[in-house]
Design a binder for this molecule. Structure first.
Ligand SMILES: Nc1ncnc2c1ncn2[C@@H]1O[C@H](COP(=O)(O)OP(=O)(O)OP(=O)(O)O)[C@@H](O)[C@H]1O
Ligand SMILES: [Mg+2]
Length: 288
């Protein structure tokens, strides 16, 4: 036995994943996505969501966050997009060929960017549309609705209002509530903060945390708002130009100088000069 294998075997409990380490729920491995057969958007993206965690997918406009979520939930076809390399596993099983409805049955639900409520339906009717995909009994549907109202008391108050006339925050809550109706294990949440006032954003992230802690729903959330996402997530990936530029524990990312500078708008110490070539190139790389 070599020294290395001896060391590995004596250190077995630490080296092997410990019994309390959360299982990987979602495993995205080196995916490439092409739109319209020619536009290469994701260039080998890998990420993992452990069971029971909140993982943030960060990055500027056009970095590829939505495309990554669409690839996972199989919503690319409608956009003329294809996963051309890599694979995606959920609970250890390949999911690339499942329809979005089959994925919902397995417990994976996406809340799309821009909220997408049915404007002419009431809040409650919108929520009920989330139950159909799982063909629930009437009793289960009522229980699911009550659970949504418990997390979103605002929606209960406004249950009879037509969604088109409710506020942006209420529409985002309706969209998340509808996903919750399908009793998911994992929610893919695309840009929940978009266009909302800071206080409402905070309220929504608090509910996300509650759902995570009390219902053990795992989240993969795409956000441009790095600040709030890193405050609520356990782990983060930063996408740029279709590639993961950096990943790490949320607390570490929030302390990272590059992240502070380019994503959180906080610069420590004296301002750097653009004549500093190394810095300039690094900045170009970050903002490209
Ligand atoms: N249906 C499509 N057809 C062609 N190109 C697309 C399509 N959807 C997105 N793209 C391109 O793919 C790239 C990544 O877009 P994506 O929407 O995934 O970014 P994003 O990170 O979600 O950005 P945002 O923060 O603005 O939502 C962009 O350059 C975009 O123009
Ligand atoms: Mg997007």
């Amino acid at each position: 036995m070599t020294a290395a294998t001896t060391a590995a075997s004596t250190a077995a409990p630490a080296a092997s994943p410990s019994a309390d380490a959360p299982k990987v729920l979602l495993d995205v491995n080196g995916i490439e996505v092409i739109y319209n057969h020619v536009i290469l958007v994701l260039k080998g993206v890998s990420l993992q969501v452990p069971e029971g965690k909140i993982v943030a997918l960060l990055g500027a406009n056009g970095a590829g966050k939505t495309t990554t979520l669409r690839a996972i939930s199989n919503l690319l076809k409608g956009e003329r997009g294809d996963v051309t390399k890599g694979h995606i596993q959920y609970r250890g099983q390949r999911i690339e060929r499942l329809s979005p409805a089959e994925l919902v049955k397995r417990g994976v639900v996406q809340v799309m960017e821009g909220r997408h409520c049915f404007a002419h339906l009431t809040i409650e009717e919108n929520l009920l549309t989330g139950a159909y995909t799982r063909s629930m009994s009437r009793g289960d549907t009522t229980a699911a609705l009550e659970r949504v109202y418990q997390y979103f008391p605002r929606l209960k108050q406004r249950r009879a209002s037509q969604s088109g006339y409710t506020s942006g925050g209420e529409q985002q809550m309706t969209a998340i509530g509808r996903a919750l109706m399908a009793n998911p294990n994992m929610i893919l949440l695309d840009e929940p903060s978009m266009g909302l006032a800071p206080q409402i954003v905070e309220e929504i992230f608090e509910i996300v945390r509650d759902l995570n802690q009390r219902e053990r729903v795992s989240f993969l959330l795409a956000e441009q708002n790095t600040n709030i996402a890193l405050r609520y997530a356990d782990y983060g990936y930063i996408l740029e130009n279709g590639r993961v530029m950096m990943d790490g524990a949320a607390l570490d990312l929030a302390q990272n100088e590059d992240v502070k500078e380019f994503y959180l708008g906080i610069s420590s110490g004296e301002r750097k000069s653009f004549r500093d070539n190394k810095f300039y190139r690094r900045r170009k790389r970050w903002l490209a």
